[in-house]
Ligand binder design. Structure first.
Ligand SMILES: [Zn+2]
Length: 334
């Protein structure tokens, strides 16, 4: 496992948490928007809590046996639960099973019981379970986890990481110490991105809604496609449905719908405030479109996009679906 250094905007929350390492809560919920480094933080925190050398304030030493296990991804006192990708035996199944899984299922939680009942590999040590993203727990898995949180095994720490904490079962929420993970200021985010060698940092950061990690992993192809998509969408009712669809197809359904959702978010925002959030460099185009906008039709379209996103991982005919979506888009203008 590659353990990243703490991001500059996380230093304060780190000190706040680690100062109490001897009375660490048995369940922690790290919540906040995507792309601000919550999972990296959870992993750094786990390594530091398991480290044999770390003093009360510091990050993991990186040298002790515990850190060694951690970095080789086989620490016996650590588990990371994420939606599972099922391996498949035959090629025919490959496309189906490599599609992105979004749920953490009950067997994964049940699979923890041995881990939780065994004693730690260190005499006074703790065991840590990171669950990411916690809103990915399906109903059965959430209930199974709740039972564990109600009777927490000694020396076990659960760290839940959530992009959409409002989707988590309230009974689980209430058993966690909740930490709002910081979003860096624009200045801090841009400094970090430039240090990472990201070109065009400001435009990418805007497009990623202020999430620097999301912005930094936007590939050059993705960034170029976004610019092309915005140019085409700027034509409103005269947008070329087939051209849009062919630009979007290589991005995949989910990314295409994301791009459309951001564009519509800005249309909506601009309608009421004359401002945009994601498309600073297209602000005047969006403002112009707003004068031709049918608001009810836009809201209806946003609902359609929400539905399309839910089915984005289904193996439907993406090309046809994209064309339908873009056709619908051209109809939300007068
Ligand atoms: Zn260490």
């Amino acid at each position: 496992m590659i353990v990243k250094k703490l991001y500059p905007w996380q230093i304060d929350v780190w000190h706040h948490l680690i100062a109490d390492r001897n009375r660490f809560p048995h369940a922690l919920l790290l919540r906040g928007q995507s792309g601000i480094g919550k999972l990296d933080f959870a992993i750094s925190l786990s390594q530091a809590l398991l480290c044999e050398e770390a003093d009360s304030q510091s990050e993991a030493c990186g040298k002790c046996p515990s850190c060694g296990w951690f970095e080789q991804d086989n620490h016996p006192d650590f588990r990371l639960l994420s939606p599972e990708q099922t391996a498949s035996k035959d090629d025919e199944e490959t496309t189906k099973s490599t599609k992105k899984k979004t749920q953490i299922v009950v067997d994964q939680i049940r699979g923890l019981s041995d881990f939780l009942t065994l004693s730690s590999h260190k005499s006074n040590g703790m065991r840590i379970v990171v669950i990411h993203p916690a809103e990915g727990l399906n109903a059965a898995a959430a209930n199974s986890l709740l039972k564990m949180l109600e009777e927490p095994p000694p020396n076990v720490v659960f760290i839940l990481v959530a992009h959409q904490a409002q989707k988590i079962l309230p009974t689980i929420m209430s058993r966690c110490q909740k930490i709002d993970m910081p979003v860096p200021s624009k200045e801090v985010a841009l400094t970090w991105m430039r240090e990472e060698g990201v070109d065009n940092a400001e435009a990418l950061l805007d497009y990623a809604g202020g999430s620097p990690l999301l912005a930094a992993c936007e590939t050059e192809d993705g960034a170029l496609a976004s610019i092309e998509i915005c140019k085409l969408l700027s034509l409103g009712s005269k947008s070329d449905v087939f051209q849009l669809s062919s630009v979007c197809l290589p991005l995949g359904m989910e990314n295409a719908v994301n791009a459309l959702q951001k564009w519509c978010y800005d249309l909506f925002l601009c309608h009421f405030t004359q401002k945009v959030r994601y498309h600073q460099s297209h602000q005047s185009a969006v403002q112009k479109l707003c004068t031709q906008l049918k608001l009810m039709a836009l809201m209806d379209f946003q609902k359609t996009l929400g539905d399309a996103k839910k089915s984005a991982t289904h193996p439907l005919n993406n090309e046809l679906q994209l064309e339908r979506l873009f056709l619908h888009y051209t109809q939300i203008f007068k």
